[in-house]
Design a protein around this ligand. Structure first.
Ligand SMILES: [Zn+2]
Length: 402
């Protein structure tokens, strides 16, 4: 957690309020979200409220791994091309396990421990599960991560190294069914597992308020662009900016195919939305009320970005020195779309780069690359004269001997 964060050291929560119907509830774990909305066939997450002046959640130092306080870097050349006043990128891959999820995991695991949960369960496509595995290991809590066959071996090895048990389900929704069975046995769920989807436990959402706190202030962005699926990050940012008390920036949700965009156009948020994508961190066929609520509260919008557009954006960011995960790079593609009509001229925009490109599926495949082709090596132009020593057998021998 950032020491600069105004939402860091404070009090215990006094209650919970429904994001949809404003009903107040005592602090508990509500499997179906707001009980009143659930009884009416809706699914809505709750948010924490505080009785004293303090806000946010105190995180036991023993559970922290140094999450938050990530760099925010300027992208002046892109800003100029897009006629923005300023473009910045928040490098969330600088968190301890390499993604924004650490902000949430730290608080979820603290909550699970305070509930004396015998087991923490999560359904994950990568970043979230790895983060939960790490923080649970730190807290000495057993974990079980439900995955699918699509999860890369590098993730599996890392989760297992933290001591997590991996359960492979036939598909994404089967992971949620597995979690539901474990929760019925007393486990604490560190991810959504309900249909219609609700989002993650409100204690976890609190963690994303720290990201808003780091962006808030006199130089805060006018627009924040966020990769989104179930809207945990989106909702936490909205709640965090509300607590920070300044001007509310417009929040833009980026998604791999129209889901939230269709809901913003009038479709029921409880619908299922078909679509396939290589942007695995924001895949899935559901949206949540909390995501819709965050966009409405900030005058935001949802921008679908297909995989090819995300790949082009990934290359543009890489040319600036930032190799972002495909789903994170999609934020730049969304900005391109929104800025094309000039409405963001002179404005400050922040892209939240949630994970690194090294996390994309296939990033660690051992497939041959063109530059390993001997014919290409032979055809390569000679090195600049005087720049490299001549490649004699003796010099190669010396180098290989270290
Ligand atoms: Zn409600």
């Amino acid at each position: 957690m950032s020491s600069a964060s105004p939402i860091a050291a404070t009090t215990v929560p006094g209650g919970m309020i429904c994001l949809r119907c404003d009903a107040a509830w005592p602090v508990e774990t509500y499997a179906a979200g707001c009980p009143r909305c659930a009884s009416e066939g809706h699914a809505s997450n709750l948010k924490l409220t505080y009785t004293s002046e303090g806000r946010g959640l105190r995180l036991p130092e023993a559970l922290a791994l140094g999450e938050g306080g990530t760099p925010c870097v300027e992208l002046p050349a892109l800003a100029q091309t897009m006629k923005l006043g300023r473009l910045t990128a928040k490098l969330e891959w600088c968190n301890p396990t390499g993604s924004h999820k650490d902000r949430m995991s730290a608080r979820l695991i603290a909550r699970a421990r305070s509930c004396n949960a015998p087991l923490v369960v999560a359904a994950s496509s990568g970043n979230g599960g790895l983060s939960i595995a790490a923080y649970a290991a730190r807290a000495g809590l057993p974990t079980e991560i439900a995955i699918t066959a699509a999860l890369a071996p590098s993730y599996r090895r890392a989760m297992a190294a933290h001591g997590s048990r991996l359960v492979e389900a036939p598909d994404s929704l089967a992971r949620w069914e597995h979690l539901a069975r474990r929760v019925a046995e007393g486990a604490f769920a560190a991810t959504n597992y309900r249909l219609p989807a609700i989002g993650t436990d409100p204690f976890g959402i609190e963690g994303y308020k720290t990201l808003a706190a780091e962006l808030a202030g006199p130089e805060q962005p006018d627009v924040v662009i966020v990769p989104s699926s179930r809207g945990d990050l989106l909702s936490g940012l909205r709640l965090g900016f509300e607590e920070a008390g300044g001007v509310m920036p417009q929040l833009i949700a980026v998604e791999p195919f129209p889901r939230l965009a269709r809901v913003m156009a009038g479709e029921d948020y409880r619908s299922r939305f078909d679509g396939r994508t290589a942007q695995v961190s924001i895949a899935g066929e559901t949206v949540t009320f909390q995501a819709l609520c965050a966009l409405r509260a900030t005058g935001g919008l949802a921008v679908p970005i297909d995989d090819n557009a995300a790949r082009r954006a990934q290359a543009r960011l890489a040319a600036c020195g930032l190799h972002a995960e495909l789903s994170a790079a999609a934020t730049l593609a969304a900005l391109d779309e929104i800025a094309s009509d000039g409405r963001l001229a002179g404005r400050h925009v922040t892209l939240v780069l949630t994970g690194s490109g090294l996390r994309d599926p296939g990033a660690h495949d051992l497939a041959p690359w063109p530059h390993t082709d001997e014919r290409l090596l032979a055809a390569a132009p000679p090195a600049m004269p005087g720049f490299l020593p001549p490649r004699t057998e003796a010099s190669v021998q010396q180098r290989d001997n270290g």
